[in-house]
Design a protein. Structure first.
Length: 206
């Protein structure tokens, strides 16, 4: 069983992916974490995430312990992740890891930007989880405040929109809804409602 979930930042992909993995007894891979860890490795070493050579080297020698780093979720790491993610050599370096992970029984829920289109196009279940930019920014802003960090809503929204534009506009594996993906707009839905819709799609497709 392979469930591919794509969509923009803050739409609720991660929450849904974890809930589905829990409910169905599957493993979960947050592929954004791989790009974030690559970016964090570069930032910690004082490197430039936009330098293709530096970025590809980091992706090829990724320190997997960074996937659990508390800094991984920081907004500046998200932005740097989106920068390294536009570099073809980085995407290639992370592709095998993602495909190997997906092949491991009993099955997986994989979330990202290009899972249904490039990484696992054969996935029988594809979901495209989205929400308005205003709502996604509001969620991120609340999340940061809840963690005791300073956050300015307008800045969060501008960062989210810049990230969407970069992720959807890059030449290699841009963020895009696969032709056979079912869209779930979470703008006005609670997490349980999103889960119920996803389970209905899975029932219909398997
Ligand atoms: O989902 P996230 O916010 O953790 O992702 C961080 C960045 O990583 C995102 O802005 C673009 C990149 N990414 C990608 O290009 N492809 C994926 N499959 C997952 C993430």
């Amino acid at each position: 069983m392979i469930i591919a979930i794509d969509g923009p930042a803050g739409a609720g992909k991660g929450t849904l992916a974890r809930a589905l993995a829990d409910r169905l007894g599957l493993r979960h891979l947050d592929t954004g974490g791989l790009y974030r860890a690559t970016a964090l490795q570069i930032l910690r070493a004082g490197g430039d995430p936009a330098d293709p050579e530096v970025a590809e080297r980091a992706a090829r020698s990724l320190d997997e312990s960074l996937l659990d780093a508390p800094d991984l979720r920081r907004p500046e790491v998200g932005t740097a992740a989106s920068v390294v993610a536009a570099i073809p050599g980085v995407r290639q370096a992370l592709l095998d890891f993602q495909r190997d992970f997906a092949r491991t029984p009993p099955g997986v829920v994989v979330d990202g930007r290009d899972i249904g289109t490039v990484v696992l196009p054969e996935a029988p279940v594809k979901l495209y989880v989205t929400a308005s930019a205003a709502e996604r920014a509001r969620r991120r802003h609340e999340e940061l405040l809840a963690r005791g960090e300073t956050s300015i809503y307008e800045r969060v929204r501008a960062e989210i929109e810049a990230r969407d534009a970069r992720d959807a506009g890059r030449a290699v594996a841009p963020m895009r809804q696969a032709d056979d993906a079912v869209e779930i707009d979470t703008t006005d839905l609670a997490p349980e409602q999103v889960l119920a819709r996803a389970l209905a799609v899975i029932d219909a497709r398997t």
